[in-house]
Design a protein around this ligand. Structure first.
Ligand SMILES: [Zn+2]
Length: 111
């Protein structure tokens, strides 16, 4: 296991981990709730981190992360109608609870 990425936001960490897992690189997010558990830890220590299981995947993982950072989402953040968490505008589903975010922008037809 090794830390491959320190995210500024929880959804950044989930975005990176999801992309890595889709590409067959086993990745996990740690520390995503650290800010509510630890009191006196400096902010950079409490930030969410993405860890990969196999160190041999490091080079590929770094390239995937560089691609993600190069393609910063242009869309505005969306607020989840179900849980209130903020997700990037490029997300279809809430990273936190999995609710559809598209429904908030385009009200669903009720049948
Ligand atoms: Zn949600």
């Amino acid at each position: 296991m090794m830390c491959i990425y320190v995210a500024r936001q929880r959804y950044d960490a989930w975005l990176v981990a999801d992309r890595l897992n889709q590409l067959g690189i086993r990745a996990h997010v740690f520390n995503q709730h650290a800010s509510s558990i630890v009191g006196d830890v400096p902010p950079d220590v409490a930030q969410p981190q993405v860890w990969i299981e196999r160190e041999c995947d490091e080079e590929r993982a770094q390239r995937v992360i560089a691609d993600i950072e190069a393609a910063e989402p242009a869309a505005a953040d969306l607020q989840c109608p179900a849980c209130g968490e903020t997700s990037p505008g490029t997300f279809d589903l809430c990273w936190n609870c999995g609710s559809s975010l598209a429904g908030s922008a385009h009200p669903a037809i009720s049948e």
